[in-house]
Every structure is written in C-alpha cells, then in structure tokens.
Design a protein around this ligand. Sequence first.
Ligand code: NDP
Length: 602
Amino acid sequence: MSSISGETPEIDLDALTRKYEEERAKRLRAEGLGQYREAKGEFARFAQDPNSDPDFARDPVRRDANVLIIGGGFGGLLAAAHVRREGVEDIVIVDRAGDFGGTWYWNRYPGVRCDVEAYVYVPLLEETGFVPSEKYAKGAEIQHQCRLIGEHFDLYRGALFRTSIETLDWDEARQRWIVRTDRGDEIAAKFIVSATGHYSSLKLPGIPGIEQFAGPSFHTSRWDYRVTGGDADGELTGLAGKRVGVIGTGSTGIQCVPPLAEWAEQLYVFQRTPCSIDVRGNRPTDVEWFTSQSPGWWQERVENFTNWTSGIQKGEDLIADSWTNLLGEPTAVAGGVVGEVDPAEMLRAELLKMEKVRQRVDTIVEDKAAAEALKPWYHYFCKRPGFSDDYLQTFNRPNVTLVDTGGQGVERITASGVVVGGTEYPVDVLVFATGFEFMTSYTREAGFAITGRNGLSLDEHWSHGAHTLWGMQTRGFPNFFLMSLLQSGVSINYMHIADAQTRYIASVIGHCLREHVATVGPTAEAEDAWVERIVSLSGARKAFLQACTPGYFNQEGQPQPEFELNIPFGGGPHEYLDLVRAAREGGFVDVLEFTQPARTGE
Ligand code: NDP
C-alpha cells in the first residue's frame, strides 16, 4: 500500500485512486458535451432577459467609431477604462444586456456572491471610491460597481444595450470592421475588443421530457423573481407552499440552495456530483481599514493573492482565506494549469485537502446517507472548489431532501415532477443550476460570426485549434483583440489577468491612433512561437484532465482533438503577466506588424 502521511489524516493512495476512478466511470457519458441543450429554438425562452423591457425599441445606429467593445462586463469595462486613459473619446460598448455588469447583470439568483475576495476581484475601486460591504461581495454590489465604472469613465455615452452583435466583417478597402447588430445598426469600427465573457451562454441539460414540465422553470442566470418573489437577498415569498426542485450543485447551486430552502415549503436538490465545500468565513468590511489604504493598494493586493495562489509565498498572506491557504503550505493552483510548485508536494497537499473536505461533511450533515452522498471523490481542481458556511447545513432542515442520482443525473422530467431512480418527485417550480458553455467554440459562445481578411471566418481559421499571440490577437484579423481563456494566462482571480490584458490592448490601440497606423496584428514569428509554447506545456493539463471526473473543465471527460491548442497557457500567471507587461511597456513593436494607411489623416 502506498500512502500519504506526515499529517493527519493518513491516506491510502491506491484505494483512493481506485475510488476516484470508479466515481469517474459512473459519470462518463457517451454523448459528452452533446448531453446539453443550447437556449435556442424551443428553449429560446430560457435566454430571455427577465430584467429588461421586452418592448424596448430604438432607431438603428449608423456611424464610425474608433473603438467598439463587445461586452459590458468587467472585461469590456476595463478595456474601455484603459482605452479612455489613452485619450480615446470615441468608444462604443455593445451588450445584449440592459446595463453594464456582464455576468453580474445576468446572475441575480438568490444568494449570489463572488467567491473571490471583493478587495482583489472588483477592479477600479480606487477610481470609483466604492467600498464593498463584505469580504465576499453580493452580486448586486458588484453590478453597482460596474455602473459606477460606466459613469466614472463616461462609458454610458455611446453604449448600446439590449443589442446583440450578428456579424463582424473586416472591410479591407476601408480598413475597418463593419459591425452589424440585431437592431439594424451598422458601425464601422477601427478597433474591436471582444470581451464576451467566459460564462455567457447558459446551457440546459438534455434530460428527456425537459420540454414537458408544465410549471415555471428557469435557469439561474435568468432568475424569474416574478415567480419566486423577493430578490437576491431573499424574501422569496412567492415560494410559500411550493415544492421546488433545483438541478445542479456547482458553484451556483451551492449559493442558491440555502435561500430556496428558507422560503420553499419543500426543496428537492437533485445532485449528480457533489461540490467540494470548504469554509467561507465572510465578514463585513472594516471601512476604516479599507479607506486608509495607500494609493496603489489594489494592485499590490491583487499581486499578493496571485502569489499566494500560485505557489509564491512572498511576505504576508494579505487575503488569508480558503483560496490562499487552499492546500496548506505551499498553496498552488493545480490541474496542470499552473506549475510553480513541486508536483509531488502538490498532489500530497491536494489529496489531504480533499480528505478534510469530506470529513467536514460528517461534522455538519446529520443524516448519514446524505452526508455520504455529499462527499466529493475527485481531485480538488477537477471542478471549481466551493466555499460555503450554510450549504451543507441546509440538508439538516426538515423541508430539504437531497436526491442523489449516483452520478447518473436526472432520469426524466414530467409535466409535474422530476424522476430519479424510478421515483417521481413532484415539484411546482424547477430551477436549472446547470451552468454555461465553456471553451466550446469562440464564436458559438459569443453568438456572432467573425470574418477577417480574404473572407476567412474565425471558425475556419481555428478549425484545427486556436492560433493567437497571448490569447489576444490572431493573424488575418487585424485590429481585433479578444479576451478569452484560449491560450491566455489564467489566475484564480480573473481580474488580475483581465486588467493586464486590457492595459496591453489599450496601449497598442493608443499607439496606433497616435501614429495613424492603419492595421496591427501579430507577426507570424511571434504567433507561431506562442502557439508552440502553448502546445509544449499542454501535456500536464491534458493528463490531469483526462483522469478527472467529467465536468465543463474537461469537456465532460472527452477532451476535443484540438485540446493542445484550445487551452489556457500552462506556464503559470507570473510568466504570462510578465510577458504582457513588457509588451505593454513598448515591447509590442517587436511582436506586432503595423501597416500605414494609403493616405494619412483618415
Ligand atoms: P457548473 O457547470 O459548475 O454546474 C452545473 C451543475 O449541473 C453540476 O452540478 C452538474 O453536475 C449539474 N448537472 C448537469 N446536468 C445534470 C443532469 N442531467 N442531472 C443532474 N445534474 C446535472 O455551473 P455553475 O453555474 O454552478 O458554475 C459555473 C461557473 O460559474 C463556476 O464554475 C464558476 O467559475 C462560475 N461561478 C462563479 C461564482 C463566483 O462566486 N465567482 C459563483 C457561481 C458561479 P456534474 O457536476 O455532475 O456535471
């Protein structure tokens, strides 16, 4: 028997490996990603915006713009803020939502919060003066900060909300992107920043009978408060006397289950795979401490968080939470994404962590069968870790039933209930906490077609996998910047990466506008070198994910053939951030090629 010891509890590595493999095998499905449904066609209503006026109308916009940004979430807002700082006035932000906020506009479900500390996750706090009221801020507060950023940088001017891009076509003669929308707009933009988010297309489970359910049903990212009453803080009075079913127990499910349990007469939680639930420890912001921070504190704190979550323990752990002491010492992001710590040390710490997470379930959940079912049996980073001080406790309530599907998922949905293991659980309201498309296809998730030079579509260009420089630019698509996880750096705190990327993008755009550059894109050498580096680092992540329980991280256990290319950068956040910083500070002239207009002064 090989074992992991040196710290309690002792782990039988062979037995654990067998158990992980058994649990993974139960969940593997032949249909892979095909098990999900898009919110289109007969399911289109699931994507409708419950917070926006359905009768909204406006005249089409026809104009030129210097910079058009797709997406009014933090990615787009950061891009706009940094571009504004370059002195660019003419910025248009387009978003299908009714306001700024991105994921925080859409996700208004009860209990929604950010699971990364607000003081490092929420950007531009020093600029707007906003003080998050808690360490882990509520979604509504975060969306409020998005609106403040919009006001502070005067981004509402020219913003087009409730507007979906349909096509982006590069016009070589005009050297502009022609952007067409579902509201008949036609905007000729010199530069495009596509910041469409990582979780922007909701997905539904293709459970037989899903279309037959007769009662109200909705996805968590389109929460229907007309049905439940109340708001994200609770008071879900519309659920009085109602039997509610929630399908999905990921990061979203674990946040909305406790308030649902409080207001529904009966709550059924349908679980396929349990989330790992570690301590949360939320607390109110010490406003005196917050307002006494020295200028530049946000950047310093953000760097501290990234250091502590990627194996570089320099100085004090300022955040000191379940992310930064995730694996005890040393902490590191696992899963082959970030490799700044000895892999053997990592594995040991991660297995012990998961064991403690399982033990925590026993200390909280009173019903033994429910406690067993709530224990996660997979490597810590196979799924996004969860943190909660009230989710597990919910299963001690008399009106809450955990319906564990033994890894198989819900069997069937009928007009009036949900069937698991041949038993029908009657429900009046059904909530899908079933997540989002993730790194399927850039244009599929974004929802519009992109056509670059010589009529080449981005889908065709990347049909055998993505080719980019630092995940932000791709040859053949001049003056086009994208923000996605493909070949991009990653950190647990997405905002660290997004801030660095948008500073780089703004600095290139500022340079091009000042120098009257017509087009900019990566050189072949620079792009090829980056792609080569991505591929050379992909092995560790591939091996890790192939052994993982199915989920959206590993395309439901069936990684795509283009996996080596369609992944984030595997070298850790620091190398990526250093590269992007050096590029922003002027290094971009060596990796980008610029063309001058046929005549200047356009
Ligand atoms: P996930 O994809 O993480 O979870 C979907 C859930 O639905 C899983 O539990 C899945 O089970 C379950 N499911 C899918 N199909 C079925 C089925 N047929 N029967 C039963 N169950 C089913 O989506 P989330 O919305 O929870 O989270 C998505 C991401 O959004 C997170 O990983 C995180 O990155 C982000 N997020 C961030 C938050 C934050 O605080 N920063 C908060 C919330 C979300 P299985 O696991 O077996 O696939």
